[in-house]
Design a protein around this ligand. Structure first.
Ligand SMILES: Cc1cc2nc3c(=O)[nH]c(=O)nc-3n(C[C@H](O)[C@H](O)[C@H](O)COP(=O)(O)OP(=O)(O)OC[C@H]3O[C@@H](n4cnc5c(N)ncnc54)[C@H](O)[C@@H]3O)c2cc1C
Length: 282
């Protein structure tokens, strides 16, 4: 037997889910299951305690789908990576999410993996965390008592993505006036996981960058912002040399942590490429 014995629950509504979640002990949530099932098998193999109950979120329609209005984009936690990629509601700057989704693993994984699982799985290399920090997303949770809670993506990952709440969705403020670039380098040609990723957003007014956010995933720590580089970018004049000069102002401790020469080099290439893209948009 690969999995230790457990009881699988399949609630159909959020109300049923919260009731179960508050009543059961030693319980784990299952979204797409792409990480969870392997991790349960691993725990069993190591002889570590496994959950007595798994609650699948698959049948809860209230946790699926995305909506866009003039102020924001709301993505519910059980929306899959492929559903985001295929959504006709994502236009203009929201297409950055399609770029992110297109690069995540393969079709079979993208069909199962959810944005909620990507954000809450606590693997430091998944890509949505840096993207959500960069796009200033708010995460919505419900706790065991059924109370709604919100937290910025940045705060959530500063707290090492630790939660025993249920993530119900993310809200991203309208990005229309921002310029955005996402860069990602894959780990090897054979493994479809990233070596590094970063997202830069900024507004350009009077030949200057404003409100710049540099969200970085070094795949060692949880995704974080490079405040040092942001500060430089928000005070610098835009000129052709900016992408190169910016490299003198990066917080090296983020990019160089447990990083070999190739990764350090690719981080610098990615920052330059992102800034070049951003300042060259006419
Ligand atoms: C071979 C492979 C390649 C991959 N490549 C990439 C890649 O290139 N880039 C990338 O970003 N990702 C990649 N991933 C990760 C993938 O995108 C998924 O995000 C990840 O597998 C988890 O999503 P899931 O929905 O399957 O979550 P699950 O496996 O179901 O759950 C993962 C964890 O999150 C918790 N959880 C899930 N949903 C919630 C919720 N709503 N509230 C609270 N807790 C919750 C679960 O309890 C569990 O602990 C890859 C995965 C695999 C297996």
């Amino acid at each position: 037997m690969l999995l230790a014995p457990l009881t699988l629950h399949t609630p159909k509504t959020l109300a049923e889910l919260t009731k179960l979640y508050s009543e059961l002990d030693n319980v784990k949530l299952q979204a797409g299951g792409t990480f969870l099932l392997n991790s349960l098998k691993l725990l069993k193999r190591k002889g570590t305690k496994t959950p007595d109950h798994v609650i699948s979120l698959q049948k809860i329609a209230e946790l699926k789908g995305l909506t866009v209005d003039k102020n924001s984009l709301h993505i519910k936690s059980m929306t899959t990576i492929n559903e985001i990629f295929n959504s006709s509601a994502l236009e203009g700057n929201w297409n950055i999410l399609k770029t992110v989704c297109r690069n995540i693993s393969t079709h079979p994984i993208r069909n199962m993996a959810t944005i909620g699982g990507n954000l809450t799985c606590r693997y430091t290399w998944t890509e949505m965390p840096a993207v959500m920090i960069g796009l200033q997303a708010t995460l919505h949770f419900i706790d065991q008592a059924g109370q709604d809670l919100t937290l910025s993506a940045e705060e959530f990952f500063k707290q090492a993505a630790k939660t025993n709440h249920i993530l119900t969705g993310v809200t991203i403020p309208n990005q229309e006036t921002y310029r955005i670039s996402y860069q990602r380098v894959r780990k090897t040609m054979n493994v479809d996981i990233p070596l590094l990723s970063l997202l830069i957003t900024t507004k350009i007014t009077n030949k200057k960058l404003n409100n710049t956010i540099v969200a970085v995933n070094n795949c060692v720590d949880f995704a974080q912002r490079d405040y040092q580089l942001e500060e430089f970018l928000n005070t610098a004049e835009i000129d052709k040399k900016l992408p190169e000069t910016a490299l003198e102002h990066i917080n090296k401790s983020i990019y160089d942590k447990r990083s070999h020469d190739y990764k350090q080099h690719m981080f610098r290439v990615s920052i330059k490429k992102a800034l070049t893209e951003i300042i060259n948009v006419s």
